[in-house]
Ligand binder design. Structure first.
Ligand SMILES: [Zn+2]
Length: 217
């Protein structure tokens, strides 16, 4: 079976005094070969959901993905990231050297941060119009693009700040935005990717400390 684009969930269980991570709980422990059932609560299997989501199914969200390739296959913790904002119907608005792009595909494995409370109907109704109006300004012409100074982050941040202002809230500074919206998400993603890749290679990833979640997420 093909795993979902956003990645399969992982399972963690305890045996032999270790924490064992895998895609699904095996019949027997890979260390001792005995059955994995255990009366100890801390050994019970727990599911670790993927931090990735299909960006085309997230409405009014901020999305992150690697500029090249995908998180699970290609991300190494410091790869360049590209960011975008979703409409209410699966289109991802993002800014690059070609200007504003409206992507219907390509963001199937993204980190997603919701931007609007689901009960803000007024804002939801106008969201797509705001995105279009914002994207049509001269700020986001292709020739204004600068990889360091005026890039996909500038675009997303300026739009988010416009929405915050409309809600009567304080706009974010660039460093606040990165600390709040980007760093915790990529840190969590990196830990998941490490586990995921190890399990793909070796079927299991085994650590000490079965009683506490020393390893992510
Ligand atoms: Zn065992």
């Amino acid at each position: 079976m093909q795993p979902p684009a956003a990645g399969s969930p992982l399972v963690r269980f305890g045996h032999c005094g270790k924490a064992i991570y895998c895609f699904s709980v095996p019949r027997s422990c890979p260390l001792c070969g005995l059955g994995v059932g255990s009366p100890k609560l801390e050994d019970a299997p727990t599911s670790i959901s993927s931090p990735f989501a299909d960006g085309h199914r997230q409405r009014c969200a901020f999305l992150l993905r690697p500029t090249e390739g995908t998180f699970l296959r290609d991300y190494n913790g410091s790869s360049d990231l590209h960011v975008g904002i979703t409409s209410t119907n699966g289109i991802v608005y993002n800014y690059n050297e070609k200007g504003v792009c409206r992507d219907g595909t390509g963001w199937e494995q993204s980190v997603s941060v919701p931007l609007v409370q689901p009960d803000l109907y007024g804002l939801l109704d106008r969201w797509n119009g705001y995105l279009e109006e914002f994207s049509a300004t001269d700020d986001w012409l292709a020739d204004r693009y600068s990889e360091d100074q005026h890039n996909c982050y500038s675009y997303a941040l300026k739009f988010i700040n416009w929405m915050l202002t409309l809600e009567g809230r304080q706009p974010l500074k660039r460093n606040e935005f990165i600390e709040q919206f980007v760093v915790p998400k990529t840190r969590k993603a990196s830990k998941f990717i490490t586990l995921y890749q190890a399990i793909e290679d070796h079927h299991f990833y085994i650590t000490d400390h079965p009683g506490r979640q020393a390893t992510p997420p």
